[in-house]
Design a protein around this ligand. Sequence first.
Ligand code: EPU
Length: 335
Amino acid sequence: MIIKKNQSLLKLNSFKIDVYAKEYVEITCESELLELYRQHRKKKILFIGGGSNILFTKNFNGLVVHLNIKGKNYKKINDKYVMVSASSGENWNDLVNWCVNRDFGGIENLSLIPGNVGGAPVQNIGAYGRELKDVLVSCRVYNWENGSFCEYECSQCDFDYRNSIFKKNKNLLITKVNLKLTSKNHLIISSYSGINEELKKLGVKNASIKDISIAVSNIRSRKLPNLDKIGNAGSFFKNPIIEKNQLDFLVKNFENIPYYSVENNLFKIPAAWLIEKCGFKGKKFINFGVSKKQPLVLVNYGGANGKEILQLSKSIVSTVKKIFRINLETEVNII
Ligand code: EPU
């Protein structure tokens, strides 16, 4: 475990913001985490994983800890299920491919989501009709408050739309996740956001989980900016969930507004639609802006600073509020 001074975080955040940490350390096994706790727990610390859901607006005047523990394996549960265990520093999409290649079903709809395994439960990643909570059995967690390891069962994780106990309590550090996946009789979910259309285009009739993974990857590659080329952190905002009376106001005033019924008389509105209607889609300010493919995603075309992007996000929030009376919440962690 080597603590480095004045480390650039450029390569550690997918927004590609060039900020510095006063101190930096990479953790590659659980014993290093224990050592870190013993020696440095009094310091001001920021834990990061894949860095794909973070916007740095300034240098970090403390110790940045990059949790990067690797390893994955599986055990047969019975005829129909396997338990896949993966350490938090594994790349999420590598894990998806590893599972799809072994014909383990359950996370293929979550193909090509950026970030690491450890970040997946934090915001209960979700796409194309699947959320992590649908397959997660438990997480191994290091509690930074008392320096001990414990196991969080799925029901203890407070999972909700892009939310969890780990998002609320930053002292709970995930070191491993256990997922229950199908080894046969897979549940194929293809009714969301163009998957069926994509399968048709590919000439697929009875889709396998590999077909779903390919279809989702194709759609994501078309609809979202390429992370290797353009700095971004995926959806910057959550899709707002509103009550019936708010929906009535919107439907009355904005004829074609799309919405989806969720539960208990609540409705989800695509934030992308609201942002596009406010005229922000594709808007570019020198070296940052709003993606021209998906307005939920703010982008750094190269060399932008986090403060400018934060300012843009605030101006989107206030415009949406003014026009639609809806409060957009950010999904990305602002540091
Ligand atoms: N829309 C527009 N203009 C656009 C794009 C979309 O008006 O340019 C509207 C349309 O009405 C469209 C709707 O938004 O039907 C939904 O769009 P999309 O299917 O692209 O999904 P989303 O709701 O915008 C969510 C997740 C994505 C996930 C997709 C696919 C959130 C905050 N985002 O986006 O997650 O990939 O569904 O299931 O829930 C991420 O979290 O980083 C992320 C990319």
